[in-house]
Design a protein around this ligand. Sequence first.
Ligand SMILES: *[C@@H]1O[C@H](CO)[C@@H](O)[C@H](O)[C@H]1NC(C)=O
Ligand SMILES: *[C@@H]1O[C@H](CO)[C@@H](O)[C@H](O)[C@H]1NC(C)=O
Ligand SMILES: *[C@@H]1O[C@H](CO)[C@@H](O)[C@H](O)[C@H]1NC(C)=O
Ligand SMILES: *[C@@H]1O[C@H](CO)[C@@H](O)[C@H](O)[C@H]1NC(C)=O
Ligand SMILES: *[C@@H]1O[C@H](CO)[C@@H](O)[C@H](O)[C@H]1NC(C)=O
Ligand SMILES: *[C@@H]1O[C@H](CO)[C@@H](O)[C@H](O)[C@H]1NC(C)=O
Ligand SMILES: *[C@@H]1O[C@H](CO)[C@@H](O)[C@H](O)[C@H]1NC(C)=O
Ligand SMILES: *[C@@H]1O[C@H](CO)[C@@H](O)[C@H](O)[C@H]1NC(C)=O
Ligand SMILES: *[C@@H]1O[C@H](CO)[C@@H](O)[C@H](O)[C@H]1NC(C)=O
Length: 627
Amino acid sequence: MGILPDRVVPAVVVILLLFCFRVSLVDGDISGDEKQALLDFVGNLPHTRVLNWSEDSTVCGNWAGVACDEGASAVVAVRLPGVGFHGPIPPNTLGRLSGLRILSLRLNAITGVFPPDLLRLRNLSGLYLQKNNFSGPLPMDFSGWSNLTVLNLSGNGFNGSIPASISKLKLLVGLNLASNRLSGEIPNLELPQLQFLNLSNNSLSGEVPRSLRRFPSSAFLGNNVSFPTILPGGSPVVAPPGESHQRPERCQKLSETAVLGIVAACCIVAVVAFTFLIFMLRARRKQDYEFTGPSGKVKMSPERTSSRGEDANRMVFFEGCNHSFDLEDLLRASAEVLGKGTFGISYKAILEDAATVVVKRLKEVGVGRRDFEQQMQIVGGIKHENVVELKAYFYSKDEKLMVYDYHPCGSLASLLHGNRGEAKGPLDWESRKRIVLGAARGISRIHSENGKRLVHGNIKSSNVLLNDRGYGCVADVGLASVMHSLSPSISRTAGYRAPEVSDTRKAGQPSDVYSFGVVLLEMLTGKFPVHSAGCGEMVHLVRWVHSVVREEWTAEVFDMELMRYPNIEEELVEMLQIAMSCVVRTPDQRPRIVDIVTMIENVRRRDSDGHESCRSKQEGGGGVLSA
Ligand SMILES: *[C@@H]1O[C@H](CO)[C@@H](O)[C@H](O)[C@H]1NC(C)=O
Ligand SMILES: *[C@@H]1O[C@H](CO)[C@@H](O)[C@H](O)[C@H]1NC(C)=O
Ligand SMILES: *[C@@H]1O[C@H](CO)[C@@H](O)[C@H](O)[C@H]1NC(C)=O
Ligand SMILES: *[C@@H]1O[C@H](CO)[C@@H](O)[C@H](O)[C@H]1NC(C)=O
Ligand SMILES: *[C@@H]1O[C@H](CO)[C@@H](O)[C@H](O)[C@H]1NC(C)=O
Ligand SMILES: *[C@@H]1O[C@H](CO)[C@@H](O)[C@H](O)[C@H]1NC(C)=O
Ligand SMILES: *[C@@H]1O[C@H](CO)[C@@H](O)[C@H](O)[C@H]1NC(C)=O
Ligand SMILES: *[C@@H]1O[C@H](CO)[C@@H](O)[C@H](O)[C@H]1NC(C)=O
Ligand SMILES: *[C@@H]1O[C@H](CO)[C@@H](O)[C@H](O)[C@H]1NC(C)=O
């Protein structure tokens, strides 16, 4: 009676069944609703990076940033960091991915309140929303997330108080609410599994509750909280009551070594404090110092000054140094360790007249007094706003000290890899350009000295400090040639070294250009010059960039943090080309630093009308620094 003859019906059914079976094999994919939820999410949230989420392809294994469970039946992870999302999370989208375990949307510019949908995700174990632009209060009820282990909401604009119901997250291992605008007292959070906590840089007040006192005081920095238990030795980083935010002066700090871990930092402090103590005791025993200075700042009697014997211990000041201090003052000054560099430990010393200087104790000087002094006369003569000024030095058989200007805002290295300088946002593109431009101008000035033969010898991001206008300023000038040669070991420093350099004391100007190229790459990629690729394998940044660029996925090399800033792609690529020209293998083929300065100056954002729109305020107003 039907349209089809009896015998045909079973065949059709079989074919249909086969078809369905085949389709389900090929498609082996999450439910249509989950797919639609993802499409709704990405379709309603504007973003700058292109996502290859094609409606026609299967989600699992094909959609960037989406991971499914073993049976490809549910989405378990969505990781979309640095995609350039802006605007609020569309409601009723991610909340439909009921099997979701990991959600990472860090490093975007998402706005709006905490998305309530996410509280429906019962299986969520890691939520990473740091470095976005969320605002408003935190959710009051956390009871639904019984499986949450990491909650990272740092670097947003959440306000209100910390809900006590966070205590319900019994499996929580990491909680980071730093750099928001949270206020009120910190609730007593009974979280037995918690190993990482950071509540710094908020407006919290009151006492740190007993349950959280096991965490380092740096977890509470930048709040108005008190820490009743005095740590053994009196930790200097406890935020005392009445100090709601860290002084802007404290940009560069021991805590920068947090890259290496707080533990390492503590060890260094202990060792260094001990050496400094020994050094002070030993130095104080000597009473025969002699201080002279070309600028006429003679600290001791003229008879002493004239006896310039080989062993005379002299503090030599340079022209224009208006500090009236002597070695005793330096030793009496309250000193704080700034860091351990390639050539020695640096201290920040606050003199009695409240002037702040950096004192660097050189480890192993490899030349005699005459060569050392000659080099220092050259370096001390450089006065340029992009070169850290050498104010004075001290040379004796046992101690070699260098006294420099203090730059409170940290180095490019600390800004890129460590904590951000205080009271600053992330290192944006304009700031990065200013820093490398300043550094290039400083190196250009250095290369013009000593009959155009002076070499810096140790250019790296930790030697690029920020001057008071946010431009790069080069430190450690000319030390490499008076120190012992550095070992070619695999170290971070080695990542900056030009391939032709076998003896670091004899490097030439083209090798400075190479090192500067590595600094540029580091600035563009946000990666260390030598980084580990797991399994102990070390990857050299230059080689890595070459390999990525060769495969024509240039956009992948750039620091994800830069993806937050729209319309800078062209400039990024231009800067990358400059960097690549600096790191070519053959020294003669590298550009000279004066030309690099011009190239960087020419990297300018053009707005849609095509004319220059971004000669920055600082530069226009400040009467530009030139070599
Ligand atoms: C989308 O990109 C990811 C990696 O980012 C890749 O694994 C996947 O194959 C791509 N999918 C398609 C359909 O091109
Ligand atoms: C949550 O995870 C468990 C085990 O991993 C799984 O059995 C369950 O189906 C998941 N819940 C949802 C709603 O997907
Ligand atoms: C929590 O996670 C575990 C494994 O990670 C899973 O077996 C369990 O079902 C999850 N609990 C809930 C409530 O989803
Ligand atoms: C975040 O939002 C504020 C206004 O709410 C805006 O001024 C700021 O520029 C935004 N930041 C980013 C990185 O989008
Ligand atoms: C949080 O910020 C919003 C504006 O973003 C404001 O309306 C609200 O009053 C603030 N809440 C608290 C508790 O400060
Ligand atoms: C949270 O995010 C910050 C900023 O990206 C990061 O430094 C920190 O390690 C993260 N914490 C956890 C517990 O994931
Ligand atoms: C402190 O938080 C504000 C936003 O609330 C952020 O702009 C600033 O960078 C943060 N400072 C530090 C040192 O993290
Ligand atoms: C918390 O974050 C701040 C930066 O906002 C950092 O200075 C501090 O070292 C961190 N503390 C811990 C314990 O990680
Ligand atoms: C810090 O808190 C104390 C009370 O604990 C209060 O007296 C003081 O005014 C607060 N300071 C600031 C700057 O909020």
